[in-house]
Design a protein around this ligand. Structure first.
Ligand code: SF4
Length: 106
């Protein structure tokens, strides 16, 4: 599906347009040189006017690779896990008839 000609998409304002894709898609995430690439990509993202839209999109589609919205795949997995988790609430006490003395009103 294509967008209407006059409709702007958040990616139209992405400051990474034209940047070296290898910065945003490093091959691994452990070696110091790759960490440097990730930090370089994140530095670009920090100045991007559409960082929130970009991160939201990457979380919504489950983008598995690359730096999007200033986050690595591992960071997005963490965000998805924690934001999808239901709020922890106290479970109601379950009383099975006969397990406890039934109290009668005085
Ligand atoms: S937040 Fe980063 S990856 Fe997303 S559009 Fe902006 S510069 Fe590109």
């Amino acid at each position: 599906m294509s967008k209407p000609a006059n409709e702007e998409h958040w990616s139209d304002r992405a400051i990474c347009r034209g940047a070296d894709p290898e910065i945003f898609f490093p091959i691994g995430y452990g070696a110091p040189v790759l960490q440097a690439q990730i930090q370089a990509a994140k530095a670009i993202c920090r100045n991007c006017p559409v960082i929130a839209d970009c991160l939201s999109w990457a979380l919504r589609v489950g983008e598995p690779d690359g730096v999007w919205g200033g986050t690595t795949p591992e960071e997005r997995r963490y965000l998805r896990r924690t934001s999808d988790a239901p709020a922890r609430r106290r479970l109601p006490a379950i009383v099975v008839r006969g397990d406890v003395e039934e109290r009668t009103a005085a």
